[in-house]
Structure formats: structure tokens, C-alpha cells
Design a protein around this ligand. Structure first.
Ligand code: SF4
Length: 269
């Protein structure tokens, strides 16, 4: 995480809401220097764009974000995207353009307000929608992760369809709820990966020009990054998260992605 999450209480499915400190620590914040070193390492491994993921602060994380982006820019000019929820000011949005960081994720995990509030009681759906509207007005490209498991399957599809209002949507991922030990939702059943893949296939039809795929969230859904071939078959996988860097863990799937893409008749590059 490149910025602290100030959401209170934390989302019920997130490892930050775990009562087990080792689980909660999986999403510890990295220093700006740590992020820069990881970015340099990823680029050296062949990664060609970087997403900086942080927590949400409805009061703003501008300083943390700018410091981290500057540190990354000192070591690489690879395209950057940012995923910190509605946590930055309009000034910082404009500043990011000058840093070649033109894609911002502020995910609307579900458009069902009740389901959103049940899963994310400390977060604001209205703030997320308003921030995406602002980003589009300011000429940014958008990324979004919808989450399977927050409401009904109909809610999931509606959440995908809602995003049609954003003509600048460029990246759309489907994450699959998986229970995390120690969290309020630790005993809930995991959501169906098959449903996530079906939603991905619908997203491909609705958004033929958009990068679509399954979200890789190794901390909450171990093994999610290994679903390479099924998502290619469902019409997704234009972009994969080949290297994930957490404070205490690094996941490198570069070779696996190249191998599985080749096996499915695609060229990874
Ligand atoms: S906003 Fe994101 S990082 Fe913060 S508690 Fe919710 S899921 Fe976790």
C-alpha cells in the first residue's frame, strides 16, 4: 500500500479489518523509497506499466501520493496508474497529468447502495461516483474493480453496466470475494469464480475496447493471480498484474503468464 487507509471501520472483507495482526499487516504501508525500488525492479523484469495501490482517506492523501509518485519518477518513466479511492484533490489530479500518471482507479465495487454499505460501512458510494465524474471531466482515463460477492449476481452485472456512463473507462476488473481470517466476514462463503468469469465475458461484450480481467488480490484471495488461462478463454486478460509487491511479500507471475498465454495461443509482450 502506498498510502494509509483511514476508512473507519475498514471494509468487512478487507484484511485491514482482521483482528489477527499478521493478517492485518499484509497491507502495511510501504515507504516511498520501498515503492520506488519495487517499481524499478518490476520494470527491470519486463513490466511496462505500474499501478500504485493505497488505502482510502476521505480527508485526502495528497502529500503521501505526491511523495510516492515523485520517488517512482526518479527511477522510471513507465506509465503510472493510481488506485487510492477518492482521496486526492483536483490539484493533485492535474499534477498527476504532468507525471504521466493519467489513469486513476476509484472503484465502484457495487452500485447497489445497500450492498455497498453492508460491505463498506465506513466508505461512501456517493463520493466514489462523484470522484469518477470529476476524473472524467478532467480528462483522466479510469480503472475500476467490481466485486463479486457484495450483492446478488444481478447487482454485479448492473455494476458493470453502470460504468457505461464513463466513456474514458480503460481498465475493468472483477474481484471475487474470499473470506479472510479474523475479519467480520471470515465465515461467509466465498463467491463463485465461475460467476466472476461469466461477468468478465459480459464485460468484454459491453466494453470491446477496454482492458478486462479478473482482479489479482493475493492478500484477500490467495491464488487469484493464477487464473490466467480461464480469463483468457472468457475474453479477458489484456493486461495482467505480473508482479505484486506488498510490504512483507512479493509475488512474481511473469514466467507463468508468458507460458500460459502462449499455451492459449496468445503472445505476451
Ligand atoms: S477502502 Fe480498500 S484498503 Fe481501505 S478498508 Fe476498504 S478495501 Fe481495505
Amino acid at each position: 500500500m502506498v498510502s494509509r487507509c483511514e476508512i473507519s471501520p475498514p471494509c468487512n472483507y478487507c484484511s485491514l479489518s482482521s483482528s489477527i495482526s499478521a493478517v492485518q499487516g499484509e497491507r502495511d504501508r510501504l515507504s516511498a523509497r520501498g515503492v520506488a525500488l519495487a517499481a524499478r525492479d518490476a520494470v527491470d523484469r519486463g513490466v511496462d506499466s505500474i499501478v500504485l495501490v493505497g488505502g482510502t482517506s476521505l480527508d485526502g492523501s495528497d502529500r503521501q501520493v505526491r511523495r510516492t509518485v515523485e520517488a517512482v519518477r526518479d527511477v522510471t518513466d513507465a506509465p503510472l496508474a493510481l488506485d487510492v479511492g477518492p482521496s486526492i484533490s483536483t490539484d493533485t489530479v492535474e499534477w498527476l497529468k504532468g507525471q504521466d500518471a493519467r489513469t486513476i482507479y476509484c472503484s465502484i465495487e457495487t452500485i447497489n447502495a445497500e450492498a455497498f454499505h453492508r460491505a463498506k460501512p465506513g466508505d461512501s458510494l456517493d463520493a466514489r461516483v462523484a470522484f469518477n465524474d470529476l476524473l472524467q471531466r478532467h480528462g483522466m482515463t479510469l480503472g475500476n474493480v467490481v466485486m463479486n460477492g457484495l450483492g446478488s449476481v444481478g447487482d454485479l452485472v448492473n455494476s458493470v453496466l453502470f460504468l457505461r456512463r464513463y466513456r474514458s473507462l480503460r481498465y475493468l476488473y472483477v474481484s471475487t470475494f474470499h473470506p479472510v481470517p479474523g475479519t467480520p466476514w471470515a465465515t461467509r462463503r466465498p463467491a463463485s469464480v465461475r460467476t466472476s468469469l461469466a461477468t468478465l465475458a459480459i464485460a468484454r461484450l459491453v466494453f470491446p475496447q477496454v482492458h478486462v480481467g479478473l482482479a489479482e488480490v493475493e492478500v484477500e484471495d490467495p491464488g487469484s493471480g493464477a487464473r490466467i488461462a480461464p480469463q483468457l478463454r472468457a475474453g479477458g486478460g489484456n493486461t495482467f498484474a505480473a508482479i505484486l509487491v506488498y510490504r512483507h511479500r512479493r509475488v512474481d507471475r511473469m514466467d507463468e503468464i508468458v507460458r500460459e498465454a502462449a499455451g492459449a495461443g496468445f503472445v505476451a509482450g
